[in-house]
Design a protein around this ligand. Sequence first.
Ligand code: GSH
Length: 210
Amino acid sequence: MNLYVFPVAPNPTKVRLYLAEKAAGGAKIQLAEVMVDLREGEQKRPEHLSRNPFGKLPVLELDDGTHLIESLAIIEYLEECHPDPPMIGSDAMDRARVREVERIAELGVLFPVAHIVHATNSPLGLAPIPEMAAYFRGVLPRALGVLDRLLAPGRPFVAGDRPTIADCTLQAAFQFARFGKVEIDPSFENLARWDRDYRARPVAKAVLSL
Ligand SMILES: N[C@@H](CCC(=O)N[C@@H](CS)C(=O)NCC(=O)O)C(=O)O
């Protein structure tokens, strides 16, 4: 299998963190990472459009030549093929909670952060849209507050006592915020602690560049 990615881009980073966590836990997922340079627009070239008609990353190319083109679908597929260590919980309620927190991280943090970055200083060269940046700056604290409260009892990871896909999505968002100079309000002290501790782990260091 091939995984088409680009460093720091949040959706590829989410999958790369997931793979690093799985490998650290002993899973043997055989795939090669292939870079598609977003700064050069390689994602819009015919070669990549034949993998993903939306011209986006990540893409997982399976050994039969077919493709998965959504980051969460890629993670869910790999998790079903390699259930240990569990990264989406280990019973029905646990899985529901992990998915719940992951969706909050994606829709409430990653999505607003990505829109602020692209509306202010887009690495893809998109035109600035100040009203969009202002709107998403207003939206962002709500999910940050929810996640901060989840971490308040001293939880090491955002969905419990061990890393899950919710941490992968949230850290992918935080790295993109660092890249795009989007401030994550430091008064969310539990999130700041989680961010510091998560990034200090060798697994995270192997993937993150910012
Ligand atoms: N919903 C998709 C979003 C994919 C996405 O937006 N990828 C970005 C990188 S984080 C991309 O490839 N952007 C390039 C472009 O829009 O030209 C997923 O979760 O995989």
